[in-house]
Design a protein around this ligand. Sequence first.
Ligand SMILES: [Mg+2]
Length: 263
Amino acid sequence: MKPYLFSHLDEIAGRLSGRQVSVFLDFDGTLAPIVNRPEDAVLPTSMKEILQQLAGVAPLAIVSGRGSGNAREKVGIPGLVYAGNHGLEIEGEGLSYTIPEAVAAQDKIACVMAELRGVVDDLGMPGAVFEDKGLTASIHYRLLEGDVEAFLKALRNHLRPYAENGALRIVEGKKVVEIRPGVAWDKGKAVEWLLAQERFKGSIPVYAGDDLTDCDAFRAIDGTGISVAVGLHLDDADYYLRTQEEVEEFLRWLTSAIEAKRS
Ligand SMILES: [Mg+2]
């Protein structure tokens, strides 16, 4: 059984004590509730307010599967760094970095997405949502009408050769299949990269996320930072929260803890 975060606040406060804290947050399912269509996701007003406060006392990065521009639009707070497309593109606060291999693979991903539309058309199952995010692409099947296993099997069969020859990386998450360039880069690598930048250097990182792709970041800060899984289904994190709503309460506590240290 993983430790429930709110039963270990003293321990966390002890680990943060005397250190500059930096905060890394996933967006969907962590800051904003999961919705059927990614474009409908909304950052709750109360969450936005606490993020603004937090950004005033700690370097803060949003680490999302969304494109960085899209994540920026959804969050809408100045003074943040956005690591989009699972960290393949990083921008904000004087930082600007895109993984070159990802740019090179963009046409390939567009081609494969077109092929997959054909595969899904042939299946005759409506409801799949194709999302083009620039450097990566996603197929969401939360709204799929039909046999999900048959759907996934068809996608996996089509994608297997691309994954096997290293051209693409296929990553499955919550009701989503992600198509990424075949480069060894993920949210964990992005967090490591950010921690080497002046803005974040020497800080103790706190990372919260709700999906399998966040586990790379949990592992990246294992032993040095504090990782928080949103929901009970993820391993590798130091602590867990039961629901997305609890993230807000945690960030409120974290902001107060950092503010108290400063005064
Ligand atoms: Mg998420």
